[in-house]
Design a protein around this ligand. Structure first.
Ligand SMILES: *[C@@H]1O[C@H](CO)[C@@H](O)[C@H](O)[C@H]1NC(C)=O
Ligand SMILES: *[C@@H]1O[C@H](CO)[C@@H](O)[C@H](O)[C@H]1NC(C)=O
Ligand SMILES: [Zn+2]
Length: 397
């Protein structure tokens, strides 16, 4: 009965053909449910995956034995919680066989390592893809969650959308984003050295690293930043697991999630679609479904090569000289003099002044190696979504 139910839940599409169909996805946990709101956002993220990812049915179904072998801690569970995009259900472990036959991708929640979670308080969750057949898409992933680092404990008013982004981010890693290596090395780009000039004029040697699998993403990224000589999509560091936080900011696949929400952009669409080894593309993204979100990604639009290749201080100086009308918020700039901003749904104007500028730490490659912290002049209190407008002339004159 229960099996039949899950079969109905997941089996909305024919399978066994080489057609692309929405990716049937499930999360299995031997550790019971998360806090209700977190579990709900996990479910919402699964709905999102099933709507945005199209895959071919694998010819090699996962067996219970594969789980025992690759995720040994599951040998100890007799009952597990199964979360699908539309349903939640306890199952006997042996009954997972049917689920594994139907699902295209199954994430197993594994126990967290309390010491690791404690060492790195920013660590919220981690996921790893499990490839069973070389050059084929991973049918499984492991995901651990540092419940003790739940940012809600620090910030009780944090919007639960944060967990939605967290699970989307982690499950994207589970599918291979930033974690599958390009075995052919076709898309590999060598790292390069450059100098980050601080505000006091001192130059700091740095390294720039690029993500693998940028063939599809690079064209869009060049146009987004208006930099045709862009060499690659800058990564978080040597590990190349993420988009660079400084450059891509509120993109979903940077190292840090924003409390105000993150966007799965066309850049990540390109990266995950090119993430495959062997001759066949593993993932196809439904562009119709993803466009309303991806089109909202505007950070760094038209900032140019100076933003990508120089420090924020050089970028601001050069832009003020060469492109005095270019708006480069959230960075402070003379270019914003006489500018006001308003919130999208409001007519109220907010004026910016020099006092509304502060030096803020930004996250670049340097922190990995204990390098000097990078600080950039940023506009204080700037909301996540705003529009620049000319300030009205002062009254009376
Ligand atoms: C893609 O998404 C759109 C909008 O949600 C939907 O109408 C369409 O059926 C989807 N296409 C496929 C192939 O699933
Ligand atoms: C750093 O500053 C020096 C001196 O002002 C300048 O010549 C150099 O081009 C700057 N480096 C970069 C990467 O812009
Ligand atoms: Zn990550």
């Amino acid at each position: 009965m229960i099996i039949f139910f899950i079969f109905i839940l997941l089996c909305q599409f024919p399978y066994g053909t080489a057609q692309l169909t929405p990716m049937k996805i499930a999360v299995v946990s031997g550790y019971g449910s998360l806090e209700p709101e977190m579990q709900q956002q996990l479910q919402n993220s699964l709905k999102w995956f099933q709507s945005s990812f199209l895959v071919e049915k694998s010819k090699n179904p996962v067996e219970i034995q594969d789980i025992y072998l690759r995720i040994p801690e599951y040998q100890k569970f007799s009952i597990v919680l199964v979360q699908t995009p539309i349903h939640r259900q306890n199952l006997n472990f042996q009954d997972l066989k049917k689920l594994l036959e139907i699902a295209d991708f199954t994430v197993f929640v594994v126990g967290q390592d309390p010491k690791r979670c404690q060492r790195d308080q920013d660590l919220l969750a981690e996921a790893l893809p499990i490839v069973l057949v070389p050059d084929e898409r991973p049918p499984l992933a492991m995901m651990s969650i540092c419940l003790q680092n739940n940012p809600r404990h620090q910030n009780p008013s944090l919007d639960s959308r944060f967990f939605y982004d967290l699970f989307r981010h982690e499950i994207l890693h589970g599918l291979g984003y930033g974690l599958i290596i390009d075995k052919s090395s076709i898309t590999h780009k060598p790292s390069e050295k450059y100098i980050w000039n601080h505000s006091n004029g001192l130059g700091q040697p740095e390294n720039r690293h690029f993500l693998d699998f940028d063939t599809f993403a690079l064209e869009f990224t060049k146009n987004h930043f208006s930099c045709q000589k862009m060499k690659g999509v800058e990564a978080d560091g040597e590990r190349k697991n993420h988009l660079n936080e400084y450059i891509f900011r509120n993109e979903l696949m940077t190292t840090h999630l924003e409390a105000t929400g993150n966007i799965f952009s066309w850049i990540s669409v390109g990266i995950i679609e090119r993430t495959f080894n062997g001759p066949n593309q593993w993932y196809h993204i439904n562009r119709t479904f993803i466009a309303p979100e991806a089109d909202q990604y505007t950070f760094g639009k038209n900032f140019g090569c100076d933003f990508l290749q120089k420090s924020c201080h050089d970028f601001i100086k050069i832009t003020e000289k060469r492109s005095p009308t270019l708006k480069i918020a959230p960075f402070c700039s003379k270019n914003h003099n006489q500018m006001c901003y308003k919130l999208p749904d409001s007519q109220k104007l907010y004026k910016m002044s020099d006092k509304d500028c502060e030096m803020r730490r930004v996250i670049g490659d340097g922190i990995d190696k204990g390098g000097q912290q990078r600080r950039c002049p940023m506009i204080k209190h700037l909301p996540a979504k705003f529009n620049f407008v000319n300030c009205p002339p002062p009254p009376g004159g």
